[in-house]
Design a protein around this ligand. Structure first.
Ligand code: SDX
Length: 394
């Protein structure tokens, strides 16, 4: 019993946070958003439909969807003065460092959506966050490669617009590949929300103090960056590249099992899933589709990933500890095939997860019983004792 603490946010029930947004059954590998299975949302809908569902609790009618799409696209541009923000960063800064800084700075520009007691301002803040994250992410990427920023194109859907802002250049026409846009949209859906994970809990805790939504989302971005959380997609691809060929898999599996070796199989294991992460299955299918479209079905990293999964899932260590691939295991291979560098992988996770963060923040703020969060602790330090003058210390 050392250093343990009980997380009791104190704003809903004594045991844990209550929410109506996402349900996970870790033993069965089930993920529902407002009751709808992630498999159906990913296969049949688009990302903005999932955003609407997470924010408002129901699937939109055709008219509601058209209105929501229109309202989101009205907020895709960033305040022009924010462009200057980026030039303050080193070109080789990690894009997540840029995201933390720029997202937090939104509060310095959009004062008309920081009053959390005003339902209209909360709604505008939600739309702004969903709409502007792709623009900020694309600008962080363009800045890192020394290319000019590309303004949003409101004639394109969410994912296609994001790809255009990332990959188009002023000197030639750009048409988003529909297969890539569909894959990007599905990846956004898979990453949209995931109950009370570390970064969502960070957003809720920050929000429980009354901090404005932009500051809370910036806190979520910071937490997501860690390699044990959202940073795992970047770490997983780096791991697959380090393994390189299937014949080196046993060496790395042995390291992952060695308690004296800090190496862990990135993209494996989960705090909640003790079964296959349902998102990983859809991610693997998307990876096959995208690589197939590119004629890369024999991509060496995909072969390493498939073989690594097979070896790990037949190894008693992983079976006994119920360690399965999670969403981060295959996502990196797809994102690399879409043209993104590994440093952008967690940024894309943050773009998608913003709607989950803001939906959970909104649910908490609109809960009349919510109070400031205050994690509890079990004190394991020194008992009370008398002060000793420095001259008497040995
Ligand atoms: C995400 O919470 C969420 O919902 C997060 C997320 C979301 O959508 O928000 O799903 C996104 O963060 C997914 C996880 C991405 N992280 C990684 O892939 C990093 C690699 N995974 C591990 O670091 C680990 O699995 C964690 C951090 C994800 C979970 O850590 P836990 O809670 O310690 O895992 P556990 O309790 O199930 O571990 C059981 C045992 C432990 O060994 P023992 O103490 O029993 O001896 O399995 C070991 C762990 O050390 N273990 C691993 C391992 N993961 C756990 N051993 C080798 N390789 C691994 N990947």
């Amino acid at each position: 019993q050392t250093g343990h603490f009980t997380y009791d946010p104190g704003f809903t029930s004594t045991a844990a946070c209550e929410s109506r947004i996402t349900y996970i059954d870790g033993d069965e590998g089930i993920l529902l958003h407002r009751g709808y299975p992630i498999e159906q949302l990913a296969e049949q809908g688009d990302f903005l439909e999932t955003c609407y569902l997470l924010l408002y609790g129901e699937l939109p009618t055709a008219a509601e969807k058209a209105d929501f799409d229109y309202r989101v696209t009205r907020h895709t541009m960033l305040h022009e003065q924010m462009n200057r923000f980026f030039s303050g960063f080193r070109r080789d800064a990690h894009p997540m460092a840029v995201m933390v800084g720029v997202v937090g700075a939104l509060a310095a520009f959009y004062h008309d959506s920081t009053d959390i007691s005003d339902p209209h301002q909360r709604m505008v803040a939600s739309l702004r966050m969903v709409a502007k994250m792709p623009t900020i992410a694309a600008m962080a990427y363009k800045y890192s490669i020394g290319q000019p920023f590309v303004y949003p194109d409101n004639n394109l859907d969410y994912a296609a617009n994001f790809l255009k802002m990332c990959f188009s250049v002023p000197c030639e026409e750009y048409k988003p590949n529909p297969i890539f846009a569909k894959a990007m949209d599905r990846i956004f859906i898979l990453h949209a929300d995931h109950e009370q994970n570390a970064s969502t809990s960070t957003v809720r805790l920050a929000g429980s103090s009354g901090a404005n939504p932009f500051a809370c989302i910036a806190a979520g971005v910071a937490c997501l960056w860690g390699p044990a959380h959202g940073g795992a997609n970047e770490a997983a691809l780096n791991m697959l590249e380090q393994i390189g060929t299937p014949d080196r898999i046993p060496e790395f599996v042995a390291r992952a099992k060695d308690k004296n070796d800090p190496f862990r199989l990135m993209g494996f294991g989960h705090r909640v899933y003790k079964n296959y992460d349902p998102r990983a299955r859809i991610m693997q299918k998307t990876t096959h589709e995208v690589l197939g479209q590119l004629g890369l079905s024999n991509d060496p990293l995909l072969q390493v990933a498939l073989e690594l999964e097979k070896v790990a899932l037949s190894d008693e260590y992983f079976v006994e500890k119920k360690l399965y691939p999670n969403i981060d295991f295959y996502s990196g291979i797809t994102l690399r095939a879409l043209g993104f560098p590994t440093t952008m992988f967690t940024v894309l996770f943050a773009v998608a997860r913003t709607v989950g963060w803001i939906a959970q923040w909104k649910e908490m703020i609109e809960d009349p019983s919510q109070r400031i969060g205050r994690p509890r602790q079990l004190y394991t330090g020194a008992p009370q004792r008398e002060y000793v003058a420095i001259t008497d210390r040995v």
